[in-house]
Design a protein around this ligand. Structure first.
Ligand code: OKP
Ligand code: ZN
Length: 364
């Protein structure tokens, strides 16, 4: 049985991005979550949904930050918390404005360590790798609420929090998503790597555990890959559009470093690929995960693999999500599983796609 987690504070983040040379409301919008909630509420399946309130008590916040700090640098987390107010105080934006970067970090031959720039305007670029990660007045609240869902879901599955014991799957309706954040910089609508936080949460009670991550968002999870690239106890498997965003990662020859060699598996697929081609890769990735025999499984779930997605380009339809989730569940049954929402931008089909996924999971 599965349980679904969400938090109304995640709706507060609503920023802008560039389309050509125009600023538009970011495609990663509150309406995405609202569409999924609407579908869940009117569904004929029996679904257990828990509404969370972002962490209020100091102990919970301290614990969340401690687990996040295992993979995110303290100065980056401080930046996320403070940059909006800093820009406001410096007169760079008004209350309804958005922090967007100007100048990014780039390779040099000096060998000198990079330091955060003093200029608050420049800092926005130091802590980001693209311009799809704006920060507005309530962003930090939503970022924390989203991350908290990943941690709460893990607590339940790990037995750190009370949960009816027939539940072995938690679906965290996170937004903003997480898989592009590498712990030092925001990008691709991601600010905290929710999957990495789930791993740290799980490890707080099971330090030796092996964790499998299956990333089925259309885009390569460069952040998750980066964070666990040298970690032999995390197997990262990603199926994603070849040569698509985030452009510089996701090739099949990125396989892990040192004794983690072989624990990073990228399965790039050509743009326009069909569900049959997709399922071949999925089958291969699932088998690798089965062989790894993880104690805990995380699925980074994006619905931007949908055929008409503005940011994704596979030929995958609503009924296919049922097949994808059923085969995954079937292959990896018995392993406690945290499903984290990543992308998916066809708002009026997101609800149906999520229901299709849940239906397949429950019958796998
Ligand atoms: C995030 B996730 C549109 C550019 C969008 C960012 C894509 C982020 C995808 N103006 N670039 O993996 O779904
Ligand atoms: Zn995506």
């Amino acid at each position: 049985m599965l349980v679904i987690l969400w938090d109304p504070d995640t709706l507060l983040h609503q920023t802008v991005e560039l389309l050509g040379s125009k600023l538009i409301p970011a495609l990663e919008s509150p309406e995405r979550l609202e569409a999924i909630l609407k579908a869940l509420r009117s569904s004929k399946y029996e679904l257990r949904t828990i509404e969370f309130a972002s962490p209020q008590d100091d102990r919970r916040i301290t614990r969340l930050l401690e687990f996040t700090s295992a993979t995110h640098s303290p100065d980056y987390l401080q930046h996320l918390r403070d940059i909006f107010q800093t820009w406001l105080d410096a007169g760079l934006i008004k209350q309804d404005g958005h922090v967007l970067p100007e100048c990014f970090v780039y390779p040099t031959t000096t060998g000198k360590p990079l330091r955060p720039p003093k200029d608050p305007f420049a800092r926005a670029g130091y802590y980001a790798f693209d311009m799809s990660s704006g920060i507005m007045s309530d962003s930090y609240k939503a970022i924390v609420a989203s991350a908290n869902l990943a941690s709460e879901g893990t607590d339940m599955l790990a037995g750190f929090a009370n949960l009816p014991n027939d539940i072995d799957t938690a679906v965290a309706l996170c937004r903003p998503p997480g898989h592009h954040c590498d712990g030092q910089r925001a990008g691709g609508y991601c600010y905290i790597n929710n999957a990495a936080l789930a791993v740290s949460t799980w490890r707080s009670g099971h330090p030796e555990a092996k964790v499998g991550i299956l990333d089925i968002d259309f885009h390569h999870g460069n952040g998750t890959q980066e964070i666990f690239y040298a970690d032999p106890r995390v197997l990262y498997v990603s199926i994603h559009g070849e040569d698509e965003f985030p452009y510089y990662t996701g090739a099949a020859d990125e396989t892990g470093n040192g004794d983690a060699e072989g624990t990073n598996i990228n399965l790039p697929l050509k743009v326009g690929s069909s569900i049959e081609e997709y399922l071949e890769k999925l089958d291969y990735g699932q088998q690798k995960l089965v062989d790894f025999n993880p104690d805990f499984l995380i699925i980074s779930l994006g619905f931007d693999t949908f055929h008409s997605d503005p940011l994704g380009h596979f030929q995958i339809h609503t009924e296919d999500y049922e097949i994808i989730s059923r085969t995954t569940r079937h292959a990896l049954k018995g392993i406690p599983t945290l499903v984290l929402l990543e992308g998916g931008y066809v708002i009026d089909q997101l609800g149906a796609n999520m229901l299709s996924f849940l239906k397949g999971w429950n019958s796998g």
